[in-house]
Design a protein around this ligand. Sequence first.
Ligand code: SF4
Length: 696
Amino acid sequence: AAGTGEPGAGTATHCPYCALQCAMTVTADPLSVTPRDFPTNRGGLCQKGWTSATVLTSPGRLTTPLARPRRDAPLRPVSWETALDRIAGELRGLRAEHGPDSVGVFGGGGLTNEKAYLLGKFARVALGTSQIDYNGRFCMSSAAAAGTRAFGLDRGMPFPVSDLGSADAVLLIGANPSETMPPFVGHLRRTADRGGLIVIDPRRTPTAERAALHLAPTPGTDLALALGMLHAAVLDGLVDHAYVESRTSGFDSAWRAAAAWWPERVERVAGVAAADQHAAVRLLAEADSAYVLTARGTEQHADGADTVSAWINLALALGLPGTPGAGFGCLTGQGNGQGGREHGQKADQLPGYRRLDDPAARQHVAGVWGVDAADLPGPGRSAYELLDALGRDDGPRALLVFGSNPVVSAPRAAHVQERLASLDLLVVADVVLSETAETADVVLPVTQWAEEDGTMTSLEGRVLLRRRAVDPPPQVRSDLDILHGLAVRLGQPPERFPVAAEEVFAELGAASAGGPADYSGISHARLRAGEALFWPVPDPTHPGTPRPFLDAFGHADGRARFIAVDHRGPAEQPDAEFPLVLTTGRVLAQYQSGAQTRLIRELNEVSGEAHVEVHPDTAARAGLADGATALVRSRRGVMTARVHCVPSMRPDVVFLPFHFPGVQRANLLTNPVLDPVSRMPEFKVCAARLESARPT
Ligand code: SF4
């Protein structure tokens, strides 16, 4: 085993899954995982973390490259030379015939910072394509866009998680950490015990069970609720005018937009009692220490960016962001959800969270890459638009997928599957044979978390070092190695695409220098030494920036911006044909598309199939009993799920987890209508109906 060099001592690293990045020690012989004490997880792990070593040795693990000679032939083992030569040859041919944008790249929010960085550079330099985006577009792009326009900087949670431990009041909106990241809940215990936890969620989740106030709006009405709560703050004289005056701009226009949304009107639209809106705002305003936190439930909407802006407006009106002992933040979901959006795998960004259409940013990054800025492509399509364009006349004819499983995770999944099938070439680099890899022409097996070094940026903006603890299978290569091999075959100088994570990270730092997400002062050596480094870290002696907004926000004038937003409602409303509102989410025992966690017996014993949560009366009206198999149908398709009758569910809402494949895919039903600001699809609400799966 690699790692510390001390036999039996184990290697200090972090969980392969969510953005809490719980600290753990991995020992190689016998292979095991134990939690480490760390400020975020404080010695805790959830079921997924405890069982995470299983995927290292799972029979489902990919151990050799695979390829099919023809679309209708099965995947067969091939050598690395054969696989990489074939990919490079076909890419060269497509680019020569159809131009550089005939090749697309789809990345992932679970890739390390080094991989995300090199993937963006590979796309723009070795392929010269503008067609790159990643699954983080589906995760929290709307929160990122809202954070950028309000604060001038998207540092999802701009304070350490441990700050929450002394909060008197916390408002959680569309977040269910009791199931998505259980160790995080320890930071809310004091607040909950003192009656200060407020949860906004259409479902009575285990997190909502702990709340003093649970507000359950109709899915898709969060923006109206946020406007109503801002209105309540004004009516009740709870606005912090001194803060608004000294640290913000735009309050008047935001208030004018909210003025039409008095709490009684919001009660009719969102189904949340006006008295509860007033009570929630009062609890936040009167607390000595208060925080507002959003997550996917309120972000994954076709008005997601405006919805998050409305919550930020409320937090600004109460004087919370950038105030000691208070704040606004987003609970990022994917393991590297924060870092994954900073280093250039987004359609519109360069490393350092720079804009691709900014001439100065292009000049700087091109200088680090040793290329001409004029040769860098411009912004490309967002994730769903890229998938939707595959195989079309003006769309990519080849797609390289790294660390993502869009066959399960993309909205309107059957359509996405059709587009993937129309490609001339689909290449998937992954740890396991995901549902997307199953359909590929070439599959490349890659090293995973405990088999390689690399950095992740957690939900609190802290850069963490994952370290190699065990040796990978002999026929498996790092994504960095693959990008190097392909780049060289495409005519790039070998030194332009380094393969050592530490070297790639140093280059990433140089590319990010001077940008909003400045990593130039961070090194693997500082992280190995145990330094707690929150970006930005602009020089090697800089101690990091755990709370970036205490003195000033990221805009040039140092002020935060209120953004005037209005409620529009979801793109699809229930009607006679589809009378229910469908919303989607997670369960404790599975992660994202489930490609890794569905390989783990212990997790499948807890949650091994799709279920539909439904009120007993709603199930009965569809002729369904608890435990029956239901068909859930929307305008885009039908899927199968086991009925779970839950008396606390709203009778007009059904809930599906999105981790399961095949006919159990929740995303067969979801609506790909996009947020105009962030291009986030509307995962969290569409019209649906329930049917019995029994033949009639
Ligand atoms: Fe891993 Fe997240 Fe669970 Fe922690 S909470 S053990 S990081 S999946």
